[in-house]
Design a protein around this ligand. Structure first.
Ligand code: PMP
Length: 284
């Protein structure tokens, strides 16, 4: 595949980064993943804004406009022959001359971009959709989960817990037994027809899929939404649970800690919401 590194497009085999890069030494960087289907990106502005917010928050300054980023993304999709792609952007603070914690002055950020294949979304169908299985565990990551940091060890360790339990994802709750998110997704429950999702704060990533889904549901108006604290107990008694991310879109969950969710079938509210998402996502 063709990747982008510091101004050049080149085969991935030829892309080289110094071991003194702070992304390698400290996980000192911000990343982003933007879904693209046959060259049409979903939520590109939201994704890029979140990335720029993250860079500002950690004091990395990159001399590129939103339009510059969009054209790099478009070019990379073209060079990788389109299809269903996740566009990965990784910006580290740059390469230092020694290993030292403080932000070095005057180094140039390292910019790396690649694409990877993502599933081609099919139209949501509750009869054939595969229900996800989750295990739940206490969220032991850091308290700045709104920053899309390349330092993902906390998320990786939680994801692995689910993987080892033969589940698809790991649902996380804080020490007050309130849901935060999953290790690589946002979470929603449905109770009596109302979609409820944890509010944005430092405990979760402000997911762009979440943002777009909520905007679409508000625009449609037929499904009630609440952004508020959701307890683990509420999740256990929910009619439906969903998780969302750019590559899986809105995914229905039918098993939580080995117990069926609701009646154990993919839910009706999911069917409706996921259909609205798939019909309207390209407007965002
Ligand atoms: N939370 C976490 C921890 C994630 O890693 C991700 C996606 N990578 C999400 C939520 C979903 O975000 P998005 O919808 O922007 O892909």
């Amino acid at each position: 595949s063709i990747v982008y590194l510091n101004g050049d497009f080149l085969p991935v085999e030829n892309a080289k980064i110094s071991p003194l890069d702070r992304g390698f030494l400290f996980g000192d960087g911000i990343y982003e993943v933007i879904p693209s289907y046959d060259g049409k990106m979903v939520g590109v502005n939201g994704h890029l804004k979140r990335m720029l917010n993250g860079l500002t928050e950690i004091g990395i300054n990159v001399d590129k406009s939103i339009a510059d980023w969009v054209s790099l993304c478009e070019k990379l999709c073209e060079l990788n022959h389109y299809g269903a792609l996740g566009i990965y952007i990784h910006i580290s603070r740059g390469t230092d001359t020694k290993r030292h914690h403080a932000y070095p002055e005057g180094i140039t950020p390292t910019i790396f971009m690649m694409t990877f294949e993502i599933p081609v979304p099919s139209l949501p169908d509750s009869k054939t959709a595969k229900g996800y299985s989750l295990i739940s565990t206490e969220d032991l990551r850091w308290q700045r989960c709104h920053i899309k940091s390349t330092a993902l060890l906390g998320n990786v360790m939680h994801y692995q817990q689910g993987h080892e339990a033969k589940c698809n994802e790991t649902l996380l709750y804080n020490n007050k037994l309130e849901l935060t998110e999953a290790s690589s997704s946002n979470v929603y429950i449905v109770k009596d027809g109302v979609v409820i999702t944890p509010p944005l704060d430092n405990q979760i990533l402000p997911g762009i899929t979440r943002d777009i889904l909520l905007a679409i549901l508000r625009e449609d108006g037929s499904i009630k939404i609440e952004e508020r604290v959701v307890t683990l107990e509420e999740a256990k008694n929910a009619d439906e649970i969903w998780i969302s991310s750019s590559s899986k879109e809105i995914a229905p969950v039918t098993l939580l800690d080995g117990n069926i969710v609701g009646d154990g079938k993919v839910g009706e509210v999911w069917q409706k919401a996921a259909t609205l998402y798939s019909k309207n996502k390209f407007n965002y």
